[in-house]
Design a protein around this ligand. Sequence first.
Ligand SMILES: Nc1ncnc2c1ncn2[C@@H]1O[C@H](COP(=O)(O)OP(=O)(O)O)[C@@H](O)[C@H]1O
Ligand SMILES: [Mg+2]
Length: 194
Amino acid sequence: MKTIVVAQQKGGVGKTTLALNIALYFARNGANVAIADADAQGSLTASADLLEGLRLVSVQEVLNNRAEADLVVIDTSPRNDADLAKVLALADFVLIPVKPGYLDVLALKDTQAILQQAGIKKAGIILNMVQHRNAVTREVQELLQGFSIPLMTTQIFQRVAYTRSTMTNGVFGSDDVKAQAEIENLADEILDNL
Ligand SMILES: Nc1ncnc2c1ncn2[C@@H]1O[C@H](COP(=O)(O)OP(=O)(O)O)[C@@H](O)[C@H]1O
Ligand SMILES: [Mg+2]
């Protein structure tokens, strides 16, 4: 079983959205995928009934190795709580969504410190909610170079298909082929790291 943890010490950056979309992508490609929600706010849990092809398992089941899946995708809270430490200890890859803004990049410092403490070896920063007119600025790229976590090649743009993706069983249930290609590219990059 491989475990992908989606983490970032900031809310509203797309952790839950990317967790469910990559999980749905892997499930569409035949993997036995489970999702787990380590965020007490429970956004992923609340969405799970709408997501076909994904089984919601508890964090406890994952920790006890009872999830019975090829792949588990775990959504986490922006808080550095006990569950975060426990699931990071199991992570094969940590996906870190970051919005391309100055304050968003600064929030990465806390996340990077937590990952270092957890001894995480494989992680990637995914730029999310990139805007066309305001594509990732040189300032943000320079700031990102100050972090030891590699930046993924894929960028996820701001698209309505993502906002609606809980209702459409992911972007693959929409007709937005650009969003679909972004999730596919992101998933492939993650697979290369597993
Ligand atoms: N790439 C994107 N384009 C448009 N809306 C997005 C995108 N990523 C996330 N969102 C929206 O932004 C909001 C916050 O995303 P969410 O996944 O809940 O963040 P987090 O789990 O980090 O708090 C949600 O309303 C979600 O639908
Ligand atoms: Mg969330």
